[in-house]
Design a protein around this ligand. Structure first.
Ligand SMILES: Nc1ncnc2c1ncn2[C@@H]1O[C@H](COP(=O)(O)OP(=O)(O)OP(=O)(O)O)[C@@H](O)[C@H]1O
Ligand SMILES: [Mg+2]
Length: 308
C-alpha cells in the first residue's frame, strides 16, 4: 500500500469579473492528476513555470482547495480532513518551500520557528522542547547556538536547513519539497540535496520533490511525473523518463538539461535541434484540438505517456 495516493486531483481557481464579481471562468491549475508515493521513496514532479506543480503540493497539504479527486494516506481516504486538524495527517505530511527567506518569519528566532509546530501539536515541557530543538538542529547540521539567531543571519543553504528542521519537528513521513534548492548556488544545491538524501535514509522519509529542472531531480527520485497545463504528460521510472522520453514536452525538458561532458556536446546539440523542430512540426500529435493534454496511456509497467 502506498503511503500517499492521489486520485484524479483537480484544483480550479475561479476567475471573477464584471461589476458583480461573478465567476466568469476557471483557471484549471491542476486538472486530473493521479500518482502514488511509497514509504521512504521520492517522486519527482517536474514541469515549467505555471504547469501546476506548487498547486498540486499545496492541495495535498491543504493550502489550496481541492475541487475534485481524493487523497488516500496509508490507504485511508482523508480528503475531507486535508487542511483540518486531522492530527495524524497534519503531522505526517509537511512542506518546505523554495524561498526560505519569505517562508521563515524574519522577526522570530530560529528557536521559535522550529518550536512552532511542536507547540501546536505537543505539550512538551520547556526542557523537552529545548532538547528536541537541539536534536533537530543537529539533524540538519546546524550548531546549537543557531537557535538564538534570526533567519537573516544565515546563508541561503543554512536557511533551507532551518526550514527542513521545522518540517522535521513532528517526525513526518512525507515532505513536499517545492523547489527546495532552486534559489541556491550550484555548489550549495548539491550539499542540500545530499543532506536531504541522508535524512531520507535515516528517517525513512518520502518526498514529493518539485522542480522545474529535470537535471536536479535526476539523482533524487525513483519515479518521475512530468506536468504540463495542469495534467501529467508522462509518468514513469527515472530510467524510462530519461532514457526513453516519449512526449514532446518531456523531450524538451530533457533537451534543456545542460550537458557538461564535452564529448557529448555535439550529440546533445543535435538532439536539441531535433526536439525544437518536432515541437513546432508535430505539436498537434501530442495535444488534442482544444490544446489539452491527452489521458495517460500505458507503454510498459513503469511508463505512461499522454498520447491520443
Ligand atoms: N491562488 C490562485 N488563484 C488563481 N490562480 C492561481 C492561484 N495559484 C496559482 N494559480 C494559477 O495556477 C497555475 C499553476 O500555478 P502553480 O503555482 O501551481 O505553477 P507552478 O508549476 O508551481 O509554477 P512555478 O514553476 O512558476 O512555481 C498558474 O496559471 C497560476 O497562475
Ligand atoms: Mg511553483
Amino acid at each position: 500500500m502506498a503511503l500517499l495516493e492521489v486520485n484524479d486531483l483537480k484544483v480550479h481557481y475561479p476567475i471573477r469579473g464584471g461589476v458583480f464579481g461573478r465567476v466568469q471562468n476557471y483557471v484549471k491549475a491542476v486538472d486530473g492528476v493521479s500518482f502514488k508515493i511509497e514509504e521512504g521513496e521520492t517522486l519527482g514532479l517536474v514541469g515549467e513555470s505555471g504547469s501546476g506543480k506548487s498547486t498540486t503540493g499545496k492541495a495535498i497539504i491543504g493550502l489550496a482547495d481541492i475541487t475534485a479527486g481524493n487523497i488516500l494516506y496509508d490507504g485511508k481516504n482523508i480528503t475531507k480532513y486535508v487542511g483540518k486538524n486531522h492530527s495524524e495527517y497534519r503531522r505526517g505530511v509537511q512542506m518546505i518551500f523554495q524561498d526560505s527567506y519569505s517562508s521563515l518569519n524574519p522577526k522570530k528566532r530560529v528557536l521559535d520557528i522550529i518550536a512552532e509546530p511542536l507547540r501546536n501539536f505537543e505539550k512538551s515541557t520547556p526542557l523537552e522542547e529545548k532538547k528536541r530543538i537541539d536534536e533537530l538542529l543537529d539533524i540538519v547540521g546546524l550548531p546549537p547556538e543557531a537557535a538564538l539567531k534570526y533567519p537573516h543571519e544565515f546563508s541561503g543553504g543554512q536557511r533551507q536547513r532551518i526550514g527542513i528542521a521545522r518540517a522535521m519537528a513532528l517526525k513526518p513521513r512525507l515532505i513536499i519539497a517545492d523547489e527546495p534548492v532552486s534559489a541556491l548556488d550550484l555548489s550549495v544545491q548539491a550539499q542540500v540535496l545530499n543532506f536531504m538524501k541522508e535524512i531520507q535514509e535515516q528517517f525513512n522519509l518520502a518526498y514529493l520533490f518539485i522542480s522545474h529542472d529535470l537535471g536536479v531531480v535526476k539523482h533524487m527520485c525513483k519515479n518521475i511525473v512530468i506536468m504540463n497545463k495542469g495534467r501529467f504528460v508522462e509518468k514513469g521510472s527515472k530510467e524510462s523518463i530519461y532514457n526513453d522520453p516519449r512526449h514532446i514536452y518531456t523531450k524538451r525538458l530533457i533537451a534543456a538539461i545542460p550537458n557538461i561532458d564535452p564529448d557529448q556536446r555535439e550529440e546533445s546539440q543535435k538532439f536539441r535541434d531535433r526536439v525544437t523542430e518536432d515541437y513546432s512540426n508535430k505539436y498537434n500529435d501530442y495535444y488534442d484540438k482544444n490544446n489539452h493534454v491527452y489521458d495517460l496511456k500505458k507503454i510498459s509497467d513503469d511508463h505512461f505517456v499522454a498520447l491520443p
